[in-house]
Design a protein around this ligand. Structure first.
Ligand SMILES: Cc1cc2nc3c(=O)[nH]c(=O)nc-3n(C[C@H](O)[C@H](O)[C@H](O)COP(=O)(O)O)c2cc1C
Length: 245
């Protein structure tokens, strides 16, 4: 990995450690609203997006040397009648219809290579909008840890983990909690990217830092509004290339 990236890993680790304890979002987390909106209530404490705060490096912290790249992502493409351009959780591509995070993950891979890993659950999520909102809200309310259906078999091969997810209820989707509690990314670099309906990352980067205290977590991740996703492939490619450049 590039020298300049290695030089700032210590700083990011310090920032990660400093962030630990600043938020208690795991067990006992309180859902932000009673009816699982796409966007959290105005003025909600869960809504502000803290990424890119003062002192945050704008380039990648590389925790390891020349290790491989894993691009792990979660998402639930909606199959109902949502407009595929303006507001959808899906993107029509030449290879078929994919979710927003999958679309960005594929663009990142195109730019920097690496292995794609879809974070999938044993349970199936509803593919239509309101049932999905209700289902996800209930998972959040119960602080659920949905069982994952696949696993990363060669984790040691990876030094850099791009981690993509949709903002759900101003939080990580609950399968991301399972994922981050299943694997130990100590000594690796986690680079978050999110797609969302207006909330950006909310506080999810802090949560990732809490769940992976021994990883270097890039606090200035890529945040893309769902309406922009179909046109954001180049932005994602440029961002990933710049980070690893
Ligand atoms: C269950 C659920 C909850 C959501 N909650 C929020 C939210 O709190 N804030 C927000 O900006 N967007 C929210 N969204 C919108 C998604 O973040 C957005 O549609 C995202 O691009 C979906 O990505 P995907 O297609 O990879 O699943 C929510 C969507 C769903 C399905």
């Amino acid at each position: 990995m590039k020298k300049k990236l290695s030089l700032i890993v210590a700083l990011v680790l310090m920032l990660s450690l400093a962030a630990c304890g600043s938020r208690s979002n795991s067990p006992g987390n309180t859902p932000p609203a009673a009816n699982a909106p796409d966007t959290p209530p105005a003025g909600s404490a869960a809504d502000p997006e803290p990424s890119g705060s003062a002192g945050t490096p704008d380039t990648l912290p590389a925790a390891a040397g020349d290790g491989g790249i894993l691009i792990a992502y979660f998402g639930v493409p909606e199959t109902d009648g949502t407009d595929t351009v303006a507001n959808a959780s899906r993107v029509a591509t030449e290879g078929g219809v994919v979710g927003n995070c999958q679309f960005i993950a594929q663009a990142i891979r195109q730019a920097v290579g690496g292995d794609l890993f879809a974070i999938e659950t044993v349970q199936e999520y509803p593919g239509t909008h309101q049932p999905l909102l209700d289902f996800a809200y209930e998972e959040l309310r119960q602080n659920a840890r949905p069982e994952l259906s696949g696993e990363i078999e060669n984790l040691d091969d990876y030094a850099v983990i791009f981690l993509g997810y949709p903002n759900w209820n101003a939080d990580l989707p609950m399968p991301l909690y399972t994922f981050l509690e299943t694997y130990d990314f100590s000594g690796k670099t986690i680079i978050p990217f999110v797609t969302h309906g207006g909330s950006g990352f909310s506080r999810t980067i802090s949560t990732i830092q809490e769940l992976q205290p021994n990883a270097a977590v890039l606090t200035d991740g890529l945040s893309i509004s769902r309406g922009s996703v179909p046109n954001a492939a180049q932005e994602a490619m440029d961002w990933a290339s710049e980070i690893l450049g």
